[in-house]
Design a protein around this ligand. Sequence first.
Ligand code: NAD
Ligand code: TYD
Length: 365
Amino acid sequence: MSTNSETPLPESLRLLVTGGAGFIGSNFVHHWCAAHPRDRVVVLDALTYAGNRDNLAALGDREQLRFVQGDIGDGERVAQLLEQEAITTVAHFAAESHVDRSILGPGAFIQTNVVGTFTLLEQFRQHWLAHNQPSSFRFLHVSTDEVYGSLGPDDPGFCETTPFAPNSPYSASKAGSDHLVRAYFHTYDLPTLITNCSNNYGPFHFPEKLIPLMIINMLLGKPLPVYGDGQNIRDWLYVEDHCRAIERVIQGGRAGETYNIGGNNEVKNIELVNTLCDLVDELAPDLPVRPPQNLIEFIKDRPGHDRRYAIDATKIQQQLGWEPQETLTTGLRKTVDWYLAHRDWWQPLLSEAYQDYYRQVYAGH
Ligand code: NAD
Ligand code: TYD
């Protein structure tokens, strides 16, 4: 059995996007539909608390797009969809994605991220075998830089050969899924690709994550909870840049390879929160508390909190010609503008269930 990773892709793809109603997945669906109007795009999403049909509403009922509510762990459903839609390419975003929720309840992370990814992979392998192993098929697994663990202040950024050292149930479950995807290439020659990306931000980001949480709390005049000393460092990438990177990897990545994706925007949490305070203060009329910096509260640290992430994105830059288009300054401004203009999107997400979650994470601090 051999896979020729240089085989050009067919002119139009039939794409299955798992998790396409979540934050990055929905941005990717918007991007792909605009850039490739002749491709079929099928979204499979379980619509967990993080999935939202409204994220795709602006695409209307365009014919190229189909939405299916379903679980990647439902092998029969996945097999049926792969066959019925003659899928050639999987872009796998579906996951439980929030570290704080993985600390409260790791079970769902193992179920979706490990068992669900296994089920999807195995069904895609059967589909690929049934079609005589086309070398143009692709299974792209979207993963995170968190699988590499935590860096010291002077360490070089993570590269594709950095050993895995996950520290949270979330990152451990993603590392497990990355290993499965890798094994399916080496054992079965399935044409897989893996991307490990740094922290994303931008439109449709669920309110529990740092950047939307801070913007929304400023607009509501609520405390801005910063874990520990606020000196933890993350590398931030505007979500549209991530979507363009994934597009490049689907189009030109070599089967079996991993590509690290990062924004070259390392910043300490407290600096990021201060920048956001300045931006929201500038752009939002009638803030309940001004300056919003007065709302910052340092709270008890997250257990196992990784100190620093940084990405070395040389490989994708050199081999696929990708680099980010947004800087942190331009990307944050766009993001704050988006949250100001889309109160009707985020307000309903602050549901009773969300308030329960919020109390569980923040009440003890
Ligand atoms: P998200 O939590 O916003 O969205 C996840 C989506 O997956 C939701 O729509 C949810 O309904 C769906 N889903 C969950 N379980 C499912 C299941 N069993 N079957 C089908 N659908 C299911 O997550 P996100 O931030 O958009 O992240 C997407 C992917 O990118 C994840 O794999 C994540 O690990 C990875 N990633 C995220 C970041 C980031 O900063 N957000 C960075 C790097 C990598
Ligand atoms: P988050 O958006 O949860 O992403 P991740 O943990 O996957 O990197 O958090 C980004 C950083 O912000 C992380 O160092 C934890 C910190 N943080 C806070 O200080 N306060 C908060 O309320 C949240 C949600 C995160």
